[in-house]
Write a protein that binds this ligand. Structure first.
Ligand code: ADP
Ligand code: MG
Length: 697
């Protein structure tokens, strides 16, 4: 059977089951099915004898003969009981539901392989609802070893497509197609890195003989996944460098010079200057720029963006600056308009709350080329937004934009605009190499002069009132404060309640101060009003959810209290903290948590307290996530979809692979050598379905 056969042709899968699987798991072909990897493995490599049962063992796999089957009780309380004996000892098997089904499955005097959780019932060892199968050579092949477990939906389970059911079907699928599975890595790679073949790896990922076998399979599959990611990313980077036509912006014109020499509110940091220089080189080369700016919070990326947009205008092009939230777009608009007061340049703002009337005028002017810089949210990427001559796209805090959203900006011009992506959170190296691997990277590794490091402290919730008194003291000096509450998806009701209660609490405890509140469920008008009251200094305190996390700039704010800080991830905490310390005053960040914290949360707090360096924080974040820190990872989707590779753990492997791929491309950039024919074919196949960074936009 060929791997691309529809799963309906597999034995045991009728029309109904096929439909359910397709719907629940998006599995259509036999190959899809073979690529549906288990989510966990249970060690069933050993069959215990019953005399080995002792306290401490939670799960038991054993074999024995069934004796003494009896139905006990009646009505809803009926239970089925049977003894399993192996010549040395016995154990009770019990069923509290599905009694009739179980009764038909077992027979006295026959031998069975049994697996389940051990408990003590009626004063002796028992297993309730055991997994039970006739003891045959075939069962042994399927069950003994590392047993794979599969996620299935409730609908699937109703049709007996539970984990065991899936294992069975996958076993058949594997048997029927194993001779038709075509290798996807060249032989020289397989031999050099001593990898399992693809066929072997697929077998072992589903039916590993032991832990080593499983590890080999995982290694091979990870290797392949990262290998093709890097092949696509590096090949693309090379071809942009060699062939990607871009707008020529070689002129440094009057707007740029005028602003730089006369109106710049402060002198640029060395890092800002260096990055602007790097960008100038890119855009005067005639090739398309694809650049990522990594700069810690507060390093002054907005100013860089602005100067780049002035360059674009000097060369006759329009620019757009896309921000992840409405508040941030508005802020960019205000601060950029302010800086451009004396400069002859037209700036527009387009967000979800722009009225129809304003919008029509704006779009008309945009298409006539009467607007030079358009700032906005993802409203910018709607098809109705037509530029006259878009030359520069700047995406701020890009990871908040979904791939789909980004790719829609592209259709706005025939020659691709230059792309500048700015991220605030330093990205772990693995992410930089995979997601942004085809972008050139600039780093702003310097904060503007005169900034004092923020003092960060970890406090327990009972100290809240003392912190409020601290806010009062700062407010008396004319400063402002943020109090931030977590907002976790799927839990909005509760979270908003927490913010609202917090707001009331602050108002009653600090009656002499005025307080603003914003959260995601407020209507845009109210949000805007509350936010601008705080930005303009009319209110002392802003109580908010993480809507303020990204970008917001109020240099007069010196205190940040983060409520339930244990619920935030590290990079999020760092982002939040970056909202203070933006002016010359000493600023403070307080992380409020319950007294008892689990290890990763404890570590996140201590990291925040001891470091202000985004790169250090990103590294710790990576380690913690690698160690299975679920709580801290519920962040915006900054990961691409690797099936088996783990971006937080596989850094070393990724580096090896990156070098290997680079070497191959240096020798054979179009993959035309006979040894690379497999690479050529696979590349073609996979490249089409992968995300293209330069086509973003
Ligand atoms: P981020 O990189 O986090 O986006 P911003 O661009 O918002 O940072 O800048 C943070 C603050 O620093 C702003 O108030 C901005 O005006 C100010 N700033 C930017 N560049 C400089 C500089 N070279 N010297 C002094 N202040 C600067
Ligand atoms: Mg910013």
């Amino acid at each position: 059977m060929l791997p691309n056969t529809d799963i309906i042709h597999l034995p045991g899968l009728g029309e109904k089951k096929t439909k359910v699987i397709k719907k629940a798991l998006n599995i259509h072909t036999v190959w899809d099915l073979l690529c549906y990897y288990p989510y966990k493995y249970v060690d069933r490599s050993k069959i215990y004898s019953l005399s080995e049962v002792k306290s401490g063992i939670t799960h038991l796999q054993t074999k024995g003969t069934i004796k003494n089957i009896q139905t006990i009780g009646s009505g809803r309380k009926t239970r089925l009981s049977a003894q399993l004996v192996d010549g040395y000892a016995s154990i009770e098997l019990v069923w509290f539901s599905g009694v009739n089904y179980a009764k038909n499955k077992i027979q006295e005097g026959k031998e069975y392989l049994v697996y389940g959780r051990i408990s003590v019932f009626n004063g002796h060892y028992s297993i309730s609802h055991p997994e039970i199968k006739p003891y045959t050579p075939e069962t042994l092949k399927l069950c003994v070893g590392q047993e794979s477990h599969y996620n299935t939906s409730a609908g699937m389970k109703r049709m007996f497509l539970n984990s065991a059911g899936m294992r069975n079907i996958i076993y058949h699928a594997w048997q029927l197609t194993k001779n038709e599975i075509i290798e996807t890595l060249p032989q020289y790679i397989i031999s050099y890195y001593k990898l399992y073949s693809l066929v072997e790896a697929i077998r072992a990922i589903h039916f590993p003989k032991d832990a080593f076998d499983l590890e080999q399979a995982r290694y091979r599959l990870k290797f392949e996944e990262l290998f093709y990611n890097q092949l696509i990313v590096l090949k693309r980077a090379k071809s942009i460098k060699e062939n990607g036509v871009g707008h020529l912006m070689s002129k440094v014109g009057t707007l740029f010079m005028d602003f730089y020499q006369k109106h710049l509110p402060f002198s640029l940091t060395n890092a800002q200057q260096r990055v602007i220089r790097e960008i100038k080189e890119d855009i005067s080369s005639g090739k398309q720029m694809n650049r990522l700016i990594q700069g810690d919070v507060g390093s002054g990326k907005t100013l860089v963006a602005l100067m780049v947009m002035l360059l674009a205008k000097d060369n006759g092009f329009q620019s757009c600056l896309m921000a992840p939230t409405e508040i941030l777009a508005q802020q960019h608009f205000l601060s950029i308009s302010e800086m451009m007061k004396k400069i002859d340049i037209k700036i527009g703002l387009l967000t979800g709350s722009t009225t129809k009337k304003q919008r029509d005028v704006l779009l008309e002017n945009l298409s006539l080329g009467k607007i030079d810089i358009l700032i906005g949210t993802h409203a910018l990427i709607e098809d109705t937004v037509q530029f006259n001559n878009l030359g520069m796209v700047i995406i701020d805090e890009q990871h908040r934009f979904g791939v789909e959203q980004r790719s829609r900006l592209w259709r706005k011009n025939t020659v691709p605009p230059h792309i500048l992506v700015m991220t605030a959170t330093p990205i772990p190296r693995t992410l930089a190499m995979t997601i942004y691997g085809d972008l050139d990277v600039s780093i702003i590794d310097e904060l503007p002069a005169g900034r004092q490091p923020i003092k960060t402290e970890h406090r327990v919730e009972s100290e809240r009132d003392a912190l409020l008194r601290f806010i009062k003291k700062e407010a008396d000096k004319g400063r402002q404060a943020y109090i931030v509450y977590p907002m976790i998806e799927g839990n909005e009701g509760d979270d908003i309640q927490a913010v609202e209660q917090g707001y009331e609490y602050v108002k009653t405890h600090l009656p002499s101060l005025s307080v603003s509140m914003i959260h995601g469920k407020m209507n845009p008008k109210d949000k805007e009003r509350e936010m601008s009251r705080f930005v303009n200094g009319e209110t002392h305190i802003l109580v908010a959810t993480t809507v303020i996390e990204v970008g917001v700039n109020v240099p007069n704010a010196t205190v940040m209290i983060i409520e339930s800080a244990q619920r935030f991830g590290l990079s999020q905490l760092h982002q939040l903290r970056g909202r203070v310390g933006r002016g010359g005053e000493q600023s403070y960040c307080f992380l409020l948590t319950p007294t008892k914290l689990n290890y990763p949360a404890e570590r996140r707090m201590s990291t925040m307290v001891s470091s202000n360096d985004g790169f250090v924080i990103a590294e710790v974040d990576m380690q913690l996530r690698g160690s299975g820190d679920i709580e801290g990872t519920a962040q915006s989707g900054d990961c691409i979809d690797f099936k088996i590779a783990d971006l937080y753990k596989d850094v070393e492997l990724l580096k090896i692979i990156r070098n290997q791929v680079q070497t191959i491309l240096d020798v054979d950039c179009n993959l035309l050598l006979p040894d690379n024919s497999i690479l050529h074919a696979e590349y073609k196949k996979r490249e089409q379905s992968s995300v293209r960074w330069r086509d973003i936009s």
